[in-house]
Design a protein around this ligand. Structure first.
Ligand code: COA
Length: 329
């Protein structure tokens, strides 16, 4: 038995921020941002919380599947920008959507959030613990972004991707395999210092700008290149896949150079890599489901396509899922 994605949708805020916006107050340039990251623009949500990014995508996802909201029995939200510490964002989403038969929770695995949550949802469906999981990957990165720090301001954006996970009608389709990793040594390079029990919020933490992203970009970059490339190559080898067998690499969108290195290691040409970092920057837990949703909407995915999902993020967390595309239609 396998679990599969039976519907998918995404939501992006309307406000488009291009690279030139930053040139007016930061020592940066459109040219630097494009060549070092691959990003041309991103979307910033003017107001609202992460749940407000999820709700329109979730409404569309459920509508596309043609089921009643009452059939959703579990909600999982992967995010590092929850509406609140508690209740979890899954509860907020459940309430806003009126999913009266669901239970749920949040998963915190940063840029690997969607990959970890997909593996979790799939095992729930396989075990019978849930039948129809509403799986949301969403982040309002602007809520933790130091807009005055050029090392991070230009990299991130806001967005949400939502899918429904159910039993596949074909055991050879859906989530075929996964390889997942965590190593806390990476915490020193990418974290938020304050606001948790380690360093509760105070006037001092606010004055010290400790509620924003802290990132040592170079160390994250070096580890991401190795981690994402290794895990993608490993899942191919484990499943006897040659590069020709892969329809698409679906990488987390953090930096085009990390994406290219991963594709290179897999022996896959860039024409077989989903890339939209140029339009949306890094939306953390939302990058992979937004890619899948856009490629699906564009009619570029067909039943049986082998998709290698790959992620790397804070923790460090990293992993890969082999997904054989099948919307059960
Ligand atoms: N505009 C212009 N110059 C910038 C800049 C910006 N926005 N950000 C950094 N620079 C400068 C640096 O100060 C440095 O200048 P110096 O040589 O005079 O010291 C120079 O550009 C090169 O900096 P470096 O940090 O080596 O650049 P880089 O090629 O590593 O790119 C990142 C920086 C952040 C884009 C890159 O390291 C990265 O993508 N890291 C991974 C981030 C990530 O994935 N985060 C999310 C978790 S998945």
């Amino acid at each position: 038995m396998t679990a599969t994605i039976t519907s998918i949708a995404h939501y992006l805020p309307e406000e488009v921020i291009d690279n030139h916006y930053f040139e007016s107050f930061l020592d940066t340039s459109d040219e630097w941002i494009k060549t070092r990251t691959g990003i041309s623009e991103r979307r910033f949500a003017k107001d609202g919380a992460t749940s407000d990014l999820i709700v329109p995508a979730a409404e569309e996802c459920i509508r596309k599947r043609g089921i009643s909201k009452d059939e959703i029995d579990c909600v999982i939200v992967a995010t590092v920008t929850p509406d609140h510490f508690f209740p979890n964002t899954a509860a907020v989403v459940q309430h806003k959507l009126g999913l009266k038969n669901a239970w749920g929770f949040d998963i915190s695995a940063a840029c690997s959030g969607f990959v970890f949550a997909l593996a979790t949802a799939s095992s729930f469906v396989n075990s019978g613990l849930a039948k129809k999981v509403l799986l949301c990957g969403a982040d309002k990165m602007t809520s933790i972004l130091n807009i005055n720090d050029r090392n991070q301001a230009v990299l991130f954006g806001d967005g949400a991707g939502v899918c429904i996970i159910e039993k596949s009608n074909d055991d050879n389709m859906g989530v075929i395999d996964q390889i997942l990793h965590i190593d806390g040594f990476g915490g020193q390079y990418l974290h938020m210092v304050a606001g948790g029990s380690f360093k509760p919020s105070s006037h001092e933490t606010v004055d010290n700008l400790e509620h924003y992203i802290y990132q040592d970009g170079q160390n994250v970059f070096k580890n991401a290149v190795v981690g994402m490339a290794d895990v993608s190559a490993e899942i191919m080898e484990k499943n006897n896949l040659k590069s020709d067998d892969v329809a698409y690499l679906v990488p987390h969108q953090a930096n085009l150079r990390i994406i290219s290195a991963t594709a290179n290691r897999m022996g896959v040409g860039m024409d077989k890599v989903m890339v939209n970092i140029d339009k949306y920057g890094n939306t953390t837990a939302a990058t992979i489901p937004i890619c899948l949703s856009e490629w699906n909407d564009a009619g570029k995915l067909k039943k049986g396509d082998n998709l290698v999902l790959a992620s790397f993020g804070a923790g460090f967390t990293w992993g890969s899922v082999l997904l054989r595309w099948n919307l059960n239609d």
